[in-house]
Design a protein around this ligand. Structure first.
Ligand SMILES: Nc1ncnc2c1ncn2[C@@H]1O[C@H](COP(=O)(O)OP(=O)(O)O)[C@@H](O)[C@H]1O
Ligand SMILES: [Mg+2]
Length: 325
């Protein structure tokens, strides 16, 4: 006989963030339509959704910048409505649009933040120096922020959030608009914060980003959470990726289609779409079959599920991303 698993220590720890039935409208536009959240301490939670889904509004509510029309939430053990100052003491927020002052240098921005956090002079110097080093901004420390790249700005913005050593950090689209290299740097920084035990609430439009960073992901669409789970669980909801082969003529396409049973053909474009997770053994198997049959594909492309696929699967719409951007 099997025993029912009992809740472990993690399940009993009070969540860093919990919310029930959050609602918010602007005029007759319903922006959040009953959002529930439960985010354990020390974990990374990603709120994934296209432009206009309500991600920033959720962050604004949980960080006490905006009052919800309905529902309740606790952050760091404090009720949003009852003890907003307790919430503000525990959190750091890095907004979607960098809040740094362009006319000041990076160092001046950080020192200003230290002042706002009432750090004593000596502690404030040490903290600022350490943060500049950690974010590889030491060399640029005395330059005005107006000369910074997007990636440097984002790093400075996050460094400013960290001056007050928040236990819970909200990152609203931390890598939108960054080049791939800066995005990776930002991911490394976020991983470092997690290693320090910080709880991270992150919003993103990229499934890959959520996949890379988050313990749990919630998909937000038109103010509702339409799916929630680990990256693995979400991916299981999405039909896997596929390999697409294009052939020079209809005869080759016919022959290939006969060899791959789990496939869909498009006679117009002479392509065959083979369901596959796209890993190397799967790819090799496809090439082996082609070789064995003496077939030559003109091109081969790999398609991994992306946010479009998630949305298509969960909402039956594929327009969500395009309509917004
Ligand atoms: N202050 C506001 N006044 C009016 N409408 C708003 C306001 N803030 C957000 N909205 C609307 O709410 C919807 C969700 O916005 P937002 O939370 O910023 O979404 P996201 O961050 O996911 O892109 C959008 O349609 C937006 O236009
Ligand atoms: Mg936003």
């Amino acid at each position: 006989m099997t025993t029912t698993p009992t809740a472990g220590p993690l399940a009993e720890a009070p969540p860093a963030i919990s919310a029930v039935g959050l609602r918010k409208s602007y005029g007759d536009k319903v922006v959040l339509d009953g959002v529930d959240l439960r985010i354990p301490e020390g974990t990374v939670f990603a709120l994934l959704g296209p432009n206009g889904a309500g991600k920033t509004t959720t962050v604004e509510i949980l960080s006490t910048l905006v009052t919800p029309d309905g529902g309740e939430a606790q952050v760091a053990g404090c009720d949003l409505a009852g003890r907003p100052e307790g919430v503000r003491d525990a959190i750091g927020v890095t907004g979607q649009f960098a809040a740094v002052d362009n006319l000041l240098t990076a160092e001046e921005n950080l020192l200003l933040m230290a002042d706002l956090n009432h750090l004593p002079r000596r502690a404030s110097r040490e903290r600022v120096t350490a943060l500049l080093e950690r974010f590889e901004l030491t060399e640029a420390a005395r330059k005005p922020v107006s000369t910074f790249s997007g990636g440097m700005r984002r790093k400075l913005d996050l460094a400013m959030t960290l001056v007050g050593r928040p236990r819970i950090i909200f990152l609203d689209e931390p890598t939108t608009g960054l080049d791939p290299r800066s995005r990776r740097t930002m991911w490394e920084i976020i991983r470092g914060l997690v290693a320090d035990g910080v709880t991270i609430f992150l919003t993103t439009q990229y499934l890959e980003e959520a996949d890379q960073l988050a313990d749990r992901i919630a998909v937000l669409d038109r103010g509702r959470i339409v799916a929630e789970g680990t990256a693995e669980e979400l991916k299981r909801l999405i039909p896997g990726g596929h390999i697409r082969l294009r052939f020079p003529d209809a005869a080759q396409l016919d022959a290939a289609a006969a060899h791959f049973t789990a496939s869909a053909r498009d006679d117009e474009t002479l392509t065959l779409r083979i369901a596959s997770d796209g890993d190397l053994p799967a790819l090799r198997a496809v090439l082996d079959v082609l070789d064995g049959a003496g077939l030559r594909a003109e091109s081969l492309t790999l398609h991994t599920p992306d946010l479009d696929d998630v949305f298509l699967t969960l909402t039956g719409r594929s327009d969500s991303l395009k309509e917004a951007s």
